[in-house]
Design a protein around this ligand. Sequence first.
Ligand SMILES: [Zn+2]
Length: 185
Amino acid sequence: MADRQTATGDIGLVQAFVNTADLQDGPEELEDSNTLQAWLVAKGLLDSSQTADASDLKHAIALREAIRNVIGASSGLSRIYPVDVATLNGTASASGLRMRFGAEGKARLEPESPGVVGAMGRIVATLYSAMEDPDWTRLKLCSSPPCRWAFYDRSKNHSSRWCTMASCGNREKARRFRSHTKTDS
Ligand SMILES: [Zn+2]
């Protein structure tokens, strides 16, 4: 949707990964191992000579949903499940993330593993640096339960709750109104 707010930099990459699926209306961008490979190459996380398989796809989707819950927890909306923590830690270990200093003298986490395993490690490393950014808390999940889109809250007092007021905000208000009148009658 055109009016959904997007972030840039590390937060923007985390947001783009989580939003490869529009849970409510579709599409699912990571529908097979080829679209996963193409997405990772397009984001500069994978060399175009490397391929992805079905288990990479399964892992990528598990990682994506774990990160969605991390964002939900930081916006006070949902909790992080033990399986999400295991997925994040497993990805970090499998990719062999280690600290490296670049030529400019700045430290960053880089994976030792090649291929999609390494690319998944780059996403976890990006999540780590995104969480260090003071604007991290602006990345939120939409409060509408079927939506759970990751949006970047640009409002002055960080008070936005829905990815778009026009769609999710109004739908949620209507839903609450209906359930409220039901309990009252
Ligand atoms: Zn929404």
